[in-house]
Design a binder for this molecule. Structure first.
Ligand SMILES: Cc1ncc(COP(=O)(O)O)c(C=O)c1O
Length: 409
């Protein structure tokens, strides 16, 4: 037999692009005892969770539920449920997660049309409209905040373009929701998926999603009920069956809906966490939460600049909650990151693809969107950069970041 020490995670402060340190209230919610999936207390929590996420997503969509799994489970559920093999799907790409949407859409059998803009920039409305006119897709899939580049894609004008051309509009807002403005109904989105582990302030493992009545109608046409629980009253839909059982949103909606038709066993602890995340953000007020992310992210960016470091990407389109900072050429980026972790218990992020080794990504999200976390991170980074021989303006980051935060508060 081999066993190990009792679990005792080191007291890290997670200041990367996500996951982040969870709100203590969410950790307490997670420690609640389990209850059965048809216990009225549980079905009541499920209904409350739907109502809470309607407010988070800013939607009246009845079909607002959790998909059990990390954010990509939500993405996969939306795409595999909306896409029938052979459908054309348009995926503009401005970072790693556009590539992810494209891959998942391809795996769902779509003819994917994608175009990529330089990492550090965003896609224009006119480029999207031109591509829609040329390729006549059934669905547009577009990331809102791409953590790989830190950019925030404007979505305000795109829903109208989609409606004009009869295209369904889906966005992955995993990294941006509640840290930046998001309006499901106002921006005319048909499907949105997110995760808890960024600005919502929980652990990864639950993917809240919302679907417009149009999207639900399409999914209903693909209705399927498992043989072992099907009754004579259940009719199969006229369109092709959704190829995934686990991610069949028709079945998931029937489980969350009045019929409570059995599908998976809802991940009770993650439901507690998702419910608490929504609840505490709504209690604080979504506008207040966004403002706090703006302040903390702005203070971090101002502090890094004051230190003499360069920020990555088009700053006019940066997410509030994560900043890319160019690694000074005279230091080893990974060594500094490891020293931040080992000496200060602070985690900052590395980066992917063309940006690997070129930028660090520093997040200020959820529970960690605060002045103290910003100052600790800046002071620690400055100390390590000085020790490594980089040329930085000593003491300036602390002064500038605290002044920025306090002026805006
Ligand atoms: C925009 C975006 N989409 C999707 C994901 C994937 O999330 P997960 O790792 O929870 O599946 C991430 C994670 O960083 C993300 O930032």
């Amino acid at each position: 037999m081999q066993t190990f020490e009792h679990l005792s995670a080191p007291p890290r402060m997670l200041m990367g692009p996500g996951p982040i340190s969870a709100y203590p209230r969410v950790l307490r919610a997670l420690s609640n005892q389990l209850i059965g999936q048809y216990d009225p207390a549980m079905t009541n929590y499920m209904n409350q969770t739907m109502e809470l996420y309607r407010q988070v997503f800013k939607t009246k969509n009845d079909a607002t539920v959790l998909v059990d799994g990390t954010s990509r489970a939500g993405i996969e559920a939306v795409l595999v449920s909306l896409i029938e093999p052979g459908d054309t799907v348009l995926v503009p790409i401005f970072g790693r997660f556009g590539h992810l949407l494209s891959e998942i859409a391809q795996r769902a059998g779509a003819q994917v049309i994608s175009f990529e803009v330089e990492w550090g920039t965003v896609v224009s409305d006119s480029a999207v409209e031109q591509a829609i006119i040329k390729h006549k897709p059934k669905l547009l899939a577009l990331v809102q905040g791409d953590t790989s580049t830190t950019m925030l894609q404007p979505l305000q004008g795109i829903g109208e373009i989609c409606k004009k051309h009869g295209v369904l509009f889906y966005s992955d807002a995993t990294a941006s929701i509640v840290g930046n403005p998001f309006e499901t109904d106002l921006w005319q989105l048909d499907a949105v998926s997110v995760g808890l582990q960024k600005c919502l302030g929980g652990p990864s493992g639950s993917a809240p999603i919302t679907l417009s009545p149009n999207a639900v109608e399409l999914i209903r046409k693909r209705k399927h009920v498992e043989a072992g629980i099907r009754t004579q009253s259940h009719q199969s839909g006229s369109a092709s069956r959704i190829s995934s059982n686990y991610f069949d949103l028709g079945m998931i909606l029937d489980y969350w809906g009045e019929e409570r038709l059995n599908h998976h066993t809802e991940a009770t602890s993650m439901l507690y966490a998702a419910r608490e995340c929504a609840q505490l953000n709504l209690e604080e007020g979504l506008d207040e939460v966004i403002k706090r992310h703006q302040l903390a992210g702005g203070a971090m960016a101002a502090g890094l600049r004051a230190m003499g470091l360069n920020l990555f990407g088009d700053q006019a389109h940066k997410m509030n909650n994560v900043v890319g900072v160019v690694i000074p050429s005279e230091v080893n980026g990974d060594a500094i990151r490891m020293a931040m972790l080992n000496q200060f218990n602070i985690e900052i992020g590395t980066s992917f693809g063309p940006l690997h080794g070129k930028i660090w990504r520093i997040g200020t999200m959820g529970y960690n969107a605060r002045l103290d976390t910003v100052l600790l991170t800046l002071v620690a980074l400055e100390a390590l950069l000085v020790q490594a021989g980089a040329v930085v303006h000593k003491g300036a980051a602390y002064q500038v970041a605290s002044a920025f935060y306090l002026e805006g508060s």
